[in-house]
Each structure stands twice: as C-alpha cells, then as structure tokens.
Design a binder for this molecule. Structure first.
Ligand code: PLP
Length: 358
C-alpha cells in the first residue's frame, strides 16, 4: 500500500518495522520505551541522541535550542506570540493559505498583527513578491508558512527579514530539503509529516529569543522553561520522541536532507509533469511555487471523483481525497513516500484517464 495521507504520521515502513520489533522489549531492558521513566539513563540517551541527530541532519548550531514540545503546531500559533511579542508590536504575518490564516487569527488574541502581504485575492495560488510586502522594521517578528499543506503552495525562497526575527511554520516541509537555519529566529514543525507521530512539535529557537515571554504565559508554553529543563519540565511525549529519533536515523541512512531533497524534487517533478501534460488533470498553483510535499489536483469532470478514489483504493493508493475545504484530490508525498509510490500513482492516473477521458 502507498499512503498519500497529509497526516497524521506518515512514517517510513522501515521505521514502523523497527518500532514493532522493539515495542515490547527495548534492547534487552525487558521494557517498552513507553514504560521507561523519562528520567532514566536509557530514555535520556534516546532523547539526547534524537536531538543530536536532528542537529546534524538540519545543520543546527549551538546558537539554537531544540525543544520537543506537545500540542501540535496549532499550539505554537499561540506560543509564538506569547514568547516573541516582547511588548513590541505589531508582529508581521504573510498570508498564503489556510494555515497562515489560522496562525494570524490566533496571534491576534495576544497582540497586534500586521498582515504584511496576502495572496488571498489570487486564491492562494501564488506567493506575493517580497518587494511588495508591507513589513515593519520594528516588528516583533515576521511569520510565514513555507509550505501550505492544504493549498499545495511552497515558497521557493527564504524571506529577507532584516534584523527582525524570521519565524516559520515548517510543519509540512521540515527536513524535506536542505535549509539554512541561521536565517531564522524560530522554526516550529508539527511532527506528523516528516518527523514522527502527531502531537509532538519540534521548536528550533535562537537562544537570544528565550526568556521574553509575556507575563501570564502558561509555564508549559514558556520556551525558556522548556529549554532550561531539556524539554522535560513535565512528562514529555516519550514514545513520539523515540519514534522521531528512529526517523532521524532512517533519514541519515538515506543520505540526509541533501539526498532527500533530490528524491523529493524528482517525485514532485514527475507528478506535476504528468498533470501538466494531461488535459484531464489540473493543478492551479503558479509552477514556481508548487509544493514538493503536497500535490493537489482536480479531474476535468468532478463527478468522476468518487470513481477515481475507489479505483485508487483498489490498488492500495490510499488517502488521495483532497482536504474538505478545497475538494478534488491531494497526493502528499512526504519523505516516507518512495519514488515507486509516485510511479504507481501516475500509472493509475494514466489508466483512469484513458478509460474515462472524452
Ligand atoms: N501548520 C501546518 C503547515 C500544517 O500542515 C498543520 C497540520 O497539518 C498545522 C499547522 C497544524 O498542526 P497540528 O495538527 O499538529 O496542530
């Protein structure tokens, strides 16, 4: 089976296999990782190795703290303004889709937000040219969503934020290709795409941004408290953290993010290439900004949608239904999706088109 689900949890088959083998007895300890004390030597080693592997994979220097938090990326929509507004306002946000809008709406609960640019009028099919952004040089931070998971829109550049800390919701693009972390003040990523199970959220924060939380910030949402306690202020999501560690090891064995980026580009090029050469399928996004991770597409005739999905399921091509807010289809092709899965999808799309077109 090939699972094109946008989340939660699209883990590599090898990782699931390893987790199954280790589930009841982790390396002769007689315990599942789930049952270990988070303060035990065994678990602390698992946690530290995961962080170290992530640092190596993503090229994260000691100038940054890496936090393993809970509550998904959505909780970060509040945690970011609570910690980074620092009495300053506004915070600048760029609106390129459903996830940006959610981040903006939540941030407005904690301070003033300036929407510096938006592609809403274009139906979120493009990223506004940075020259047109109305950013504020005194802003607390500049927030953007590098990959809009639902719309399938991905920036092909890192915005220049000058001296203002750049904040990115990398939930659906983290570790999909090489990235210059030093350009960012803070990155957060809900784990369930390229990292591990849902619920866990990884935060990479430049250390000078720690310790500025607004008064009244819940302790559990204060980045400094979490950093000072090595992400163990409370009981962390130990099993998810362990699974993320297995994914990082797997990623290293694949050649890291550079190798993964090449594979991901090839997968996306193939699928968009086929869609563009067909009169039967279409993708609305400006080609430059098409997502490597989430590929939405429509059929020429909407009434064939359920037949398309049914035929796909019979071939074990799973979860291709588009997000309920946009309809059509969506193939999420995260790191865990092998190239053979994309080939199998294209073969099916060709066969369906041949059978149904005209
Ligand atoms: N941001 C982006 C870009 C997402 O794709 C998602 C979920 O799919 C979220 C935020 C919300 O993540 P969570 O469900 O972990 O809160």
């Amino acid at each position: 089976a090939y699972n094109f689900c946008a989340g939660p949890a699209t883990l590599p088959a090898e990782v699931l296999q390893q987790a199954q083998e280790e589930m009841l007895d982790w390396r002769g300890t007689g315990m599942s990782v789930m049952e270990m004390s988070h303060r035990s030597d065994e678990f602390v080693a698992i946690a530290q190795t995961a962080e170290q592997d992530l640092r190596e994979l993503a090229g994260i220097s000691d100038d940054y703290a890496v936090l393993f938090m809970q509550g998904g990326a959505s909780s970060q929509f509040a945690t970011v303004p609570l910690n980074l507004m620092r009495g300053k306002s506004p915070a600048d946000y760029v609106n390129t889709g459903i996830w940006s809008k959610k981040a903006i709406a939540e941030a407005r609960r904690f301070g003033e937000v300036n929407v510096a640019a938006s592609s809403e009028e274009q139906g979120f099919t493009t990223v506004p040219d940075q020259a047109s952004w109305k950013t504020n040089p005194e802003a607390a931070y500049l927030h953007y969503t590098p990959n809009e998971t639902i719309g399938g829109l991905e920036y092909d550049f890192i915005p220049d934020s000058g001296d203002v800390p750049l904040v990115a919701d990398m939930s659906s693009s983290m570790l999909s290709r090489p990235l210059d972390i030093s350009k960012f003040g803070l990155i957060y990523a809900g784990a369930q795409k390229n990292i591990g199970p849902s619920g866990l959220v990884v935060v990479i924060i430049r250390k000078d941004l720690l310790g500025h939380a607004q008064s009244g910030t819940p302790t559990m949402l204060d980045y400094k408290v979490i950093a000072d306690n090595d992400s163990m202020y409370n009981t962390p999501a130990t099993y998810s953290w362990y699974l993320a560690g297995l994914v990082f090891k797997w990623l290293k064995a694949q050649g890291g993010v550079a190798a993964m980026g090449e594979i991901n580009k090839r997968k996306a090029d193939k699928l968009y290439g086929y869609i563009d050469n067909s009169d039967f399928y279409a993708n609305p996004i400006e080609p430059r900004f098409r997502s490597w991770m989430n590929v939405p597409f429509t059929l020429a005739d909407d009434s064939l949608n359920s037949a398309f999905l049914k035929g796909a399921e019979e071939r074990f091509l799973l979860n291709l239904k588009g997000h309920r807010t946009v309809g059509g289809m969506r193939a999420s092709i995260y790191n865990a999706m092998p190239e053979a899965g994309v080939d199998a999808l294209i073969d099916y799309m060709k066969a369906f088109e041949k059978e149904r077109a005209g």
